[in-house]
Ligand binder design. Structure first.
Ligand code: NAP
Length: 291
């Protein structure tokens, strides 16, 4: 009897996950099928309840449900609870467990592809949605010295800063967290002492409403810092293009996508992820012109 894993989100048109996850499952010859389960908002509760059926191993969760699924689960692990977002669900004998592997994927790509150690560094985050929350907690746990957070909606960046400060005060960590207003991103010295700027907004994403745009102008990007854009399509994004012109180092979102997926794969199967197989498939699908 085949078993199933799926991706729950809406809409799912351009997702790479079904392709690279299936390549990894096939590598082990597992009788498991990874499917795209496009789920309209009114179907979310039913889709999550269906995960309890024995043939379903679990799911990935993507935009816009990473936060909405939390109350529908039986258990949520500590990091996912802190972040307030779940991107991986595991069915353990009819009990649904929620995890967040975005933080792990972000950090692994930062170290491996970005050759960057967060400890003691000064970082800035653009955005305050689910991805920004995962990145914020990852950088604080990675002992960054300071974190600037700028988001179009100020209340959301203040809420993220509040959650991070609360966590820091309970964990003997020392990251200094500050909120910047969105318009202040236009002042030329805004990142003068930063080592890392991470774009966690959707600005520049292919098919998005801000396709072709950059959240930053070239004049505010210092030389030699690392600019990391979580968006993986297109590559380079408009931000990364400008950052490269400014003399900064750049990192796109594809490695993070693969590493977060690899961590999910291990949660469902207990097998070590064939990371090269996954990575090559993701790259092939992205560069193949279909996306
Ligand atoms: P989200 O929760 O919907 O947050 C979107 C963020 O973008 C918010 O901070 C929003 O600001 C901001 N934003 C959107 N349009 C804007 C505009 N025109 N001007 C200024 N700010 C704008 O989405 P998410 O889940 O955090 O995802 C964010 C991005 O990260 C997406 O592009 C996603 O594809 C990417 N991502 C990549 C990976 C990976 O593995 N590579 C993993 C997760 C996410 P407001 O709060 O003001 O609305």
């Amino acid at each position: 009897m085949p078993e199933f894993v799926g991706l729950i989100g809406y809409p799912l048109r351009h997702s790479l996950s079904p392709h690279f996850q299936q390549a990894a499952l096939d590598y082990y010859g597992l009788d498991i099928c990874y499917q795209a389960w496009e789920t309209a908002p009114e179907e979310l509760e039913i889709a999550i309840a269906r995960l309890k059926e024995p043939q379903n191993l679990g799911a990935n969760v993507t935009v816009p449900y990473k936060e909405a699924v939390l109350p529908l689960l039986d258990q949520v692990d500590r990091l996912a609870n802190l972040i307030g977002a779940v991107n991986t669900i595991v069915n353990r004998n009819g009990s649904l467990w929620g995890y967040n592997t975005d933080a792990h994927g972000f950090m692994k790509a930062l170290k491996k592809q970005g050759d960057f150690e967060a400890g003691g560094k000064r970082a800035a985050i653009l955005g305050a949605g689910g991805a920004a929350r995962a990145v914020g907690f990852a950088l604080v746990k990675g002992k960054a010295a300071s974190l600037l957070i700028a988001n179009r909606t100020l209340k959301r960046s203040q809420a993220l800063a509040g959650s991070l400060r609360h966590y820091i005060s309970q964990s003997e960590l020392e990251t200094e967290v500050r909120v910047l207003t969105w318009p202040s991103l236009a002042s030329s010295n805004v990142f003068y002492d930063c080592n890392l700027v991470v774009n966690c907004t959707t600005i520049g994403m292919k098919y998005g409403s801000s396709e072709g745009q950059s959240p930053l102008g070239i004049d505010v990007i210092p030389e030699r810092i690392l600019v990391y854009d979580l968006i993986y399509n297109p590559y380079p994004t408009p931000l990364l293009y400008l950052a490269r012109e400014a003399g900064a180092n750049i990192l796109g979102g594809l490695p993070m996508l693969v590493y977060q997926g690899a961590a999910s794969f291990e949660l469902w199967t207990g097998e070590e992820t064939p990371i090269d197989i996954m990575y090559n498939k993701a790259e092939e699908m992205l560069l193949g012109g279909e996306r």
